[in-house]
Design a protein around this ligand. Sequence first.
Ligand code: NOJ
Length: 535
Amino acid sequence: MPTEAWWRDAVIYQIYPRSFADSDGDGMGDLPGITARLPELRRLGVDAIWLSPFYPSPQHDAGYDVADYRGVDPRFGSLGDADKLIDTAHELGLRVIVDLVPNHTSSEHAWFRAALAAGPGSPERQRYIFRDGAEPPNSWQSVFGGPAWERLPDGQWYLHLFDASQPDLNWDHPEVRAEFLDILRFWLDRGVDGFRVDVAHGLIKDADLTDWTAPSVVLGGLEPAGPPPPMWDQEGVHEIYRQWRSVLDEYPGGRILVAEAWVQPEERLARYVRPDEMHQAFNFPYLEAPWAATELREIIDSSLAANDEVGATTTWVLSNHDVVRHASRLGFPPGEGRRPGIGIGDPQPDAGLGLRRARAATLLMLALPGSAYLYQGEELGLPEHTGLPDEVRQDPAWERSGHVERGRDGCRVPIPWEADAPSFGFGPADASWLPQPAVWAEYALDRQVGVPGSTYELYRSALRTRRTHELGSGELVWLATDPGALAFRNGDVVVVTNFGDEPVALPGGAQILLSSEPLDAGGLVPTDVTVWAML
Ligand code: NOJ
């Protein structure tokens, strides 16, 4: 793969800075903590990291409420620390993608403060979406619950598709467009390899702010297929990304844009990755697919076809900081456990079943052609923390939904590195911004390194084998198999996943390369197992 197109088959590891590694013992992860642990990611074998936001922020939405797009929050370090992180990653051969949050700013951003101070009718208010009226301007609901409009004491309303502390920007305003072009350059000049674009489908709203009465879809969910709702996936967003793309193309080395767009069907999503727009889009239809052969095959086919149509690479993802970790999600009966948030008193996943399926799901994903995203901790087989006390919850969705949605804290708990250290080695102190469950000692990295059959070693072997056999840049050819299973060839590797109740056979003469669990005594692939073999 030429360096410029490194991303087409890359495995990209998401770091959630609050919860990856804490260098100073305050219980909150930080950039120096990440930098110190980068060699571990090199050893794991990923190609790039994506960092969730580390910018100055009041942290009402864990940093997705940005107060200054050109800085680093003191909780996470300094700009110098960001430079050091980028340089160290590059020395290790890892690319660095940062998060860009263009749909909304924090209410503490200088622009919003100025808008509040300047009052109704002022040019400062034009950069956001303010409206007059005795009633909310329309029926839109916030993704986190409750109305999407907040009223100020002066009588005006402002739009916030997320928390009230996240006012939506007015992307029809030339200053907004110019500002983000400048922010792109700021980070490109510092050497970042790309941007993950938050809420990429939300920047442009239907001009009439048409009412939308369908119940709002919780975060980490796809709108039902049909005409796009007036706040999502409007035609005007594409012009913005074409302009951004032309800026990125001025820089050498293959800088990329990745869309976080909860859009379906795949043909709509593929419009974000047309040749002059973004490079990748997260494949959320794949993440949302049930653990079932027929549905997964359909989604794999439609994803590959839709991306091929526009010449883009297909991406695959199973976990991130907005959804229940797949080691827990797959431990529920079909259709359950997919909403963000599980708490004490809720139905609990079957941890053993979830981990078994998660390992099989990951092995299937890493054999698919294209680029794959991993979320920190999944290489340890980490489950969701499903027993967080409600008092410690910080996700704004918990309060805004009137305690209906427990929110996303359970997938954001600081990860375990060392079983016997304070905070499981997350930091030097026994401090962690969300409590870690005691059972996580068993998942700590130091319990798994060098242990045959551990989830960590499975990921490491899979990443190595994927590279050696060039699976990311290969081509998928389906093979006939049992109806409860999927089998395909990618280059010289045959992949079989068994979703059914009965064990299935591998093609004759196949030599096992990797297996998510041992095969049964007869050499058959048991239920909920993926095997990679060579013919
Ligand atoms: C998507 C991010 O992944 C999520 O964490 C955040 O709450 C929303 N966008 C709003 O920025």
